[in-house]
Design a binder for this molecule. Sequence first.
Ligand SMILES: [Zn+2]
Length: 308
Amino acid sequence: MKKIFAMLLMAAFFLFAGCSESTSKHSEDGEKLTVTVTTGQIADGVKNIGGNKVKVQSLMGPGTDPHLYKATQGDIKKLQEADIIFYNGLHLEGKMLDIFEKMNDKIPTYAIAENIDEKDLLKNAADKKAVDPHVWFDISLWKQALETVKDGLIKADPENKSFYEKNADAYFKKLDELHAFAKEEMAKIPAEQRVLVTAHDAFGYFGAAYNMEVMGLQGLSTDAEYGLSDVQKLVNTLVERNIKAVFVESSISERSINAVIQGAKKKGHTVKIGGELYSDAMGEEGTDEGTYIGMYRHNIKTIVDALK
Ligand SMILES: [Zn+2]
């Protein structure tokens, strides 16, 4: 409830701010570029590359499900006042596509995941047209997506080209270290436990990167319905393969995954909740998990502790 109130307050503030200074975008923050993004992981990438040259505002906070998210009036304002807009694309923000198309006429608007090499993208097994949008879970793909962020910032602010390049290089080095850490940790999970069961299919790229089978109750989008037969199928797999833990996601209700645990219990198989993973949203701002690297490390630790 508090969050909603804060959002309303913020929306009111931006409406106000918009009335008084609709002509000048930079008046408040000197030379800073105003960058509006959809998700927390994109915001973190922009902050790392843009440093003190950018003012980043993210539409979706911790715990927000991007598949179902609809823009508020305050969001529209934030998009309109931006110098640049970055969003994920590949239908992650499924309810906002029209808005981005409209914005792109006036403001440089980039779908950062859509610039990734097509051969690297995962397609849905059942529906080949659906591409998996959760690219941030493969660190090498996320670096490709952030190249688009870097290029977009340079295009908008060419004077600071070397600044953005230097920041990106330093950040990419940290991401390489993160990948090395993840690889080493994930190797601790025994072969028969290398199955990651979650509420929806957010971890396809993660599984491909670290040799882990992934199973979600819902498909690539939380927009898809799931039924009793989906629950039953997943329960059978848990029992047959003696999988000991499943995971909840911070942006999705625990109800669906609890149905799976209850189903397994009825068949005499105990499954525990291995912990909470950040899938489509990150942790609270100001905490470790509120950054991409911290969020990733949290997931690795949670998965390895539960399954090793
Ligand atoms: Zn998702």
